[in-house]
Ligand binder design. Structure first.
Ligand SMILES: [Zn+2]
Length: 401
């Protein structure tokens, strides 16, 4: 039995615009076919008339921190239970917002890996999780937080040589990481460094890339300052996360080497919108200094062919799971000159390619998972259509919100 969804504006993720008067079939959780006009209905099939609503692939957010709480901003000395409860809540919020696939870019206690492995045992639907587990940080670097009420763990693997990196990456992959997160620079959220500090060295990150690529995994580099971005690119990472001080030369090099940018604009915007009264002064001071530069650099990026992928850094201060993905894409379009197509591809097909899930997810092609959203309006016409709170969310063919 196939369920045919008819009379919709369909964007499968592979075209430049939506197709009107379209239909698609779903059976056993997968897309069976797509077309226009009348669906090839058999007597045993079901029909759902979507009355001209828009259907797009489920969104992909390539950079969140399920372990972090955007309202409480407590980073260290949390118990694994607290982290796990937060992560489940965050994952549920993402799914309700239409994010059917999410990459965690660094998670205390490997809770992202464990949630993925638990799967249906969690008892409620969660997005498909592409976990990084604990990230790789130098001692004293961005990501060096003590975790556990008795200080029994660190947020990150602390690595201070290529050999230590090799051991840590092999351990992370053994435990189930699908991506390796490396810290190439300081960051806004860490008190004792600045974003133009470099952190892990090129030889250290190159070992991470070698080990990850040997096992068909990816490496994502937290890289905000210019020199650290260059170090990460020289090491051969798959994506630059944030990339605040990226320049045109680096953009051209990334295009040539098929490297992706995941800017996470929503992180500094959430801090300046909501955090002024409550956050530590070092954080707002660092944040204000970079926000405008970040937007300027993104404007340059969106004029090029660089593959830019949607991530939000959700979990950082005031950077929420329930609305951040939509806000991120609106920032690209409203403030950085991206086209709606660049934004939509960044949250679907291109994100799926970066996460290496594009054989199943990111586009609504026959044989792919039936992860899709039903929206009142077309986000390729107006990106704010994604903000609809009562959108219908389907995962593997089942309605989950
Ligand atoms: Zn992050």
């Amino acid at each position: 039995m196939t369920t045919y969804y008819t009379n919709c504006n369909l964007w499968t993720g592979t075209e430049k615009a939506t197709t009107s008067n379209a239909w698609f079939g779903v059976a056993a959780g997968k897309i069976t076919a797509t077309g226009t006009g009348d669906a090839p209905l058999q007597p045993e099939d079901d029909l759902v008339d979507l009355n001209g609503q828009t259907v797009i692939p489920g969104l992909i957010n390539a950079h969140v921190h399920l372990s972090m709480d955007p309202e409480r901003n407590n980073l260290d000395h949390r118990s694994e239970t607290e982290v796990a409860v937060n992560a489940i809540k965050a994952a549920r919020q993402l799914l309700a917002a239409g994010v059917t696939t999410v990459r965690d870019c660094g998670c205390a206690f490997n809770v992202d890996i464990k949630l993925k492995q638990l799967g249906k045992q969690v008892g409620e639907p969660l997005p498909t999780i592409v976990p990084s587990g604990r990230p790789m940080s130098m001692t004293g670097g961005h990501g060096d937080f003590v975790e556990g009420v008795n200080g029994e763990s660190n947020m990150s693997y602390l690595v201070d040589s290529p050999d230590e990196m090799r051991k840590a990456v092999r351990t992370a992959i053994k435990l189930g990481a699908d991506n390796i997160k490396v810290m190439a620079t300081g960051g806004v959220m860490s008190p004792n460094d600045s974003i133009d500090d470099t952190a892990l060295t090129v030889p250290e990150m190159a070992v991470a890339v070698e080990e990850a690529h040997n096992k068909h995994r990816t490496v994502a580099a937290h890289a905000q300052g210019h020199a650290g971005i260059q170090n990460a690119l020289d090491a051969g990472v798959d994506s630059i996360e944030h990339g605040i001080y990226i320049d045109e030369h680096q953009v051209q090099s990334m295009i040539a080497h098929h490297q992706y940018l995941v800017p996470t604009l929503n992180a500094p915007v959430a801090i300046s919108r909501y955090g002024r009264e409550t956050l530590p002064a070092y954080m707002t001071r660092k944040n204000d200094a970079v926000r405008d530069d970040f937007f300027d650099h993104l404007k340059m990026v969106f004029k090029t062919d660089l593959n830019v992928v949607c991530g939000t850094d959700a979990g950082t201060p005031f950077n929420r799971f329930d609305r951040g993905t939509q806000e991120e894409l609106a920032l690209w379009v409203d403030e950085c000159g991206a086209t709606t197509l660049q934004a939509m591809q960044g949250a679907t097909i291109k994100a799926a390619q970066l996460l290496k899930v594009d054989q199943q997810r990111g586009t609504l092609q026959p044989g792919h998972a039936a992860d899709f959203l039903v929206l009142a309006k077309d986000p390729l016409t107006d990106i704010h259509a994604l903000m609809q709170t009562d959108k219908q969310v389907f995962q593997n063919g089942s309605r989950v919100h």
